[in-house]
Ligand binder design. Structure first.
Ligand code: GPW
Length: 820
């Protein structure tokens, strides 16, 4: 009661005002009269942080006192975006803060925009981790997120003559009010060196890892505020530092410059996020990053286990669950084995049992080029002891369970082995992850089925009970309440506020689709967001667009399998039709793209250039007369997504069937009342199930049809030759018309034709164009379109990350909910 009363006092307008001005004066040393906007942003954030830290400490204390099991989420990426507004709304003090600032002559909504995005991730996988952190706190689950404190997040994208140029993202150049250093929890990590076998006085062998290089890991904590909950978990990010002792030695030998050079090298480990999405890269620094943060995190977990209670090691899994976000942290499996066997002197079989009970693994892709493998030679150099451990795990597996199930079957052993033998030996991190954990999940029903049938068929045969589906979700706080407060209020006025914490309640909105006055309000909100986005487009692209046109949105990483080029070919074909027929009656549309390409992904960059080149022509061609606009919003990321998503009418989810594990943008857009045009891929299948076939535009080859077509022998030229529309669109795009250079888009054309069109753009083109024609027709009946849009919002409650996280807690982690 007293705590509550304290909170109430802390959360008044006056107390917030005092807190903010105190931070301005005493923390920042600024005068109220002359403080910069940034000072105000920092002071406000610190005032909020003060209130949140109290709850973080309480949460930790209570979790420790009750000795509850915790989940430790290990992820190389967290795409957090901005934190101030989210924290204010989740903590329920947004209105109070707005009032407090306004009484001091400041506009909260402007301050909020001062915050740089925390973009420590590439795309879906990193944003999923951020949504999960929000849901874990909101659902009162004891959790810690572990990751890397990258000095530079995902690069900032700029277009120069329509081509992508990358710039460093110095997101914390001015510091960040949200992170707190925890020097007392610093960890030491060993790398490189050699392994020596030694014997004790009883002649028993053990392994010593010697002559290693040392790195220090300094943890930074970011509090994670749940919605309407007192639980505040933390995200703990490790920063790499040089080991001081090592440096002192070199100093003493007189190599001052050399010592500082070593220090700079040590610090590169947490310097920058690798900008590849769903492609493996194989670089030494990346392996070092993975091991560095895994070793720090496991040491932190072990420290807590040993410090809190004096329990036998067999109880470790009852206190700690560790979730591997894809294979990026999979080196945690041999690392825990090393700790248990080499340091804690456990028997191998007991250590292995603890490992399997502790870990669980989420797979996020079926794409062969994204499955991580590490060359054995590199692995041996960086982590010699871990390679030995992996070999021993593999030997016991192949001689044990595999031999028992398929005696003498060399083929099965080759398939299942942790080591790929063909073409230079490699460690298969996905196999290691399945073997070293008790649960492997896919991220959508279709994806999980294909995981079992195609990616891990033999593992599935051996251990069917280890596999399960956990369909992804998104937090409705950020992706509706924060980014679309107008719609959030309308929903709350109509059905109460319970939906924010229990998304199954959203379905109560369904009947409002038939209420004309509700539809009008719903539409007015959408239009308001379109007006606001039109202004952003004007400012960032210099193009004016009508808020009455259909806003057709494709926002996601640029990748061939996501098929932005399918969308582009259709745009080129509409452009041709308009020119051929000046009176063509089509629904005016604004095609909106947002996507970064990995800096080394040549074809993706060619596609970006092609979209920009087409945009430049279409937007300035008087014959088009505003019926078509093509907009490529630069530097797509979380914050701009929060502006685009509420303004979208149509959501493009057009990946080749079987390639997109789930997708999560599809969920955010549907939630905000955009209709989906999509293939039967990833979570689209489940969105179709929820919203009903009459409220979505589904087209294209199914997974089975894709398989069959490829087996038959797919030839993109057949489609090129059969369709004049498609042929002319491709040839026009690849001509000199758009850039003055006829070779500019030859790579794109070649990929679709002479290089075999690996993602079946040509095969799906006609069905896509036909589906787009349906969209064109449907949008003309606005009353009906609004009905469909409302059904989308009302029926996608399933896709809340709260539901996902509760499924993980129940089916994988066995975690209790703990009220703080
Ligand atoms: F390759 N995803 C991603 F599986 O954003 F590791 N980055 C990645 O590196 C990988 C997957 C990886 C995405 C999937 O492509 C997307 O379909 C899914 O919705 C998302 O992860 C979250 O599960």
């Amino acid at each position: 009661m007293e705590a509550l009363a304290n909170c109430a006092v802390l959360n008044t307008t006056d107390s917030l005002k005092l807190s903010i001005t105190n931070h301005l004066r005493f923390t920042l040393g600024a005068y109220i009269e002359t403080a910069s906007e940034n000072d105000w942003y920092v002071a406000t954030s610190l005032a909020v942080r003060d209130r949140v830290m109290e709850r973080a400490t309480q949460s930790r204390r209570q979790h420790r006192a009750q000795g509850v099991r915790r989940v430790h989420y290990l992820s190389l990426e967290y795409l957090m975006g901005r934190l101030l507004e989210n924290n204010l709304r989740n903590a329920g003090i947004y209105d109070t803060a707005k009032q407090a600032l306004s009484e001091m002559g400041k506009d909260l909504d402007a301050l909020v925009q001062k915050e740089p995005d925390m973009g420590l991730g590439n795309g879906g996988l990193g944003r999923l981790a951020a949504c999960f952190m929000d849901s874990l706190s909101t659902m009162d689950l004891p959790a810690i997120g572990y990751g890397i404190h990258y000095e530079f997040g995902l690069f900032r994208q700029e277009f120069v003559n329509g081509k992508q140029v990358e710039h460093p993202d110095a997101w914390m150049r001015d510091g960040s009010p949200w992170k707190i250093a925890r020097p007392s929890y610093r960890q030491t990590v060993h790398l490189y060196g050699q392994v020596i076998q030694k014997f004790d006085e009883f002649g028993q062998p053990h392994h010593e890892w010697m002559d290693t290089k040392c790195l220090l890991g300094l943890p930074w904590d970011i509090p994670i505020v749940g919605y309407d909950s007192n639980t505040v978990n933390v995200l703990r990010l490790w920063q790499a530092q040089a080991d001081e002792d090592f440096n002192f030695k070199v100093f003493n030998e007189g190599s001052y410059i050399e010592a500082l050079r070593e220090k700079a090298i040590a610090e590169t480990v947490s310097k920058v996020l690798y900008p590849n999405d769903a492609t493996e890269s194989g670089k030494e620094l990346r392996l070092v990053q993975q091991y560095f943060f895994v070793a720090c995190s496991l040491a932190d977990i072990v420290r807590r286990f040993k410090g809190g209670y004096t329990l036998p090691w067999s109880e470790f899994p009852s206190k700690a669950a560790v979730q591997l976000n894809d294979t990026h942290p999979a080196v945690a499996i041999p690392e825990l084995m090393r700790i248990l066997v080499d340091e804690e002197k456990l028997e191998w079989s007991q250590a292995w049992d603890i490992c399997q009970k502790t870990f669980s693994y989420t797979n996020h892709t079926l794409l062969p080029e994204a499955l991580e493998t590490w060359s054995v030679a590199l692995f041996e150099r960086v982590l010699p002891r871990h390679l030995q451990i992996i070999y021993e795990i593999n030997r016991r597996f192949l001689e044990g369970d595999v031999e028992a199930r398929w005696p003498g079957d060399g083929e099965k052993k080759r398939h299942l082995s942790l080591i790929e033998e063909s073409g230079g030996k490699k460690v298969r991190m996905a196999h290691l992850s399945v073997l070293g954990s008790h649960a492997t999940n896919g991220v959508a029903a279709l994806h999980t089925r294909l995981l079992c049938e195609r990616l891990f068929p033999e593992f599935f045969e051996l251990y069917p009970d280890r596999f399960l589906n956990l369909t992804n979700g998104v937090t409705f706080r950020r992706w509706l309440d924060v980014c679309n407060p107008e719609l959030s209020s309308l929903i709350t006025e109509s059905i109460g506020s319970g939906w924010l914490k229990d998304s199954s309640k959203l379905i109560q909105l369904d009947r409002f689709a038939d209420d004309a006055s509700f539809r009008e309000k719903f539409h007015a909100i959408k239009r308001g967001h379109k007006v606001r986005l039109a202004k952003i487009i004007q400012d960032s692209c210099g193009v004016s667009v009508s808020p009455d046109a259909l806003f057709d949105v494709q926002i996601k990483r640029l990748h061939e399998y996501k098929r932005q080029h399918l969308n582009l070919l259709h745009i080129v074909s509409l452009y041709r039709k308009i020119i051929a027929n000046p009176n063509l009656d089509i629904t005016p549309r604004v095609f909106i793209f947002g996507a970064k390409a990995a800096p080394g992904y040549y074809l993706a960059k060619n596609i970006i250039h092609a979209i920009n080149a087409v945009a430049a022509k279409v937007n300035h061609d008087p014959r088009v007369d505003g019926r078509l606009k093509v907009i490529y919003i630069p530097n797509y990321g979380v914050s701009i997504a929060e502006r685009i998503i509420p303004a979208a009418d149509l959501s493009e989810q057009i990946s080749t069937a079987g390639k997109e594990a789930s997708g999560t943008g599809n969920m955010k857009l549907a939630l905000n009342g955009a209709l989906t045009i999509g293939t039967l891929d990833g979570a689209n299948v489940e969105i179709l199930e929820e919203v009903g076939p009459e409220n979505i535009f589904i087209f294209g080859l199914t997974v089975e049809e894709v398989t069959e077509l490829n087996a038959r022998g797919y030839n993109p030229w057949d489609y090129y030759n059969a369709s004049e529309e498609l042929r002319l669109s491709i040839d026009w795009l690849a001509s000199d018309y758009f850039t003055g250079n006829q070779d500019e888009f030859k790579p794109l054309r070649d990929s679709l034709l002479s290089h075999g069109d690996p993602f079946l753009v040509m095969a799906d083109y006609d069905k896509y164009a036909a589906s787009q024609a349906e969209v064109d027709k449907a949008y003309r009946d606005q009353a009906h379109w609004q009905k469909m849009a409302i059904h989308n919002t009302a029926r996608v409650g399933k896709f809340s990350s709260d539901r996902t996280i509760l499924e993980y807690a129940k089916n994988v982690w066995k975690l209790p909910q703990v009220q703080v």
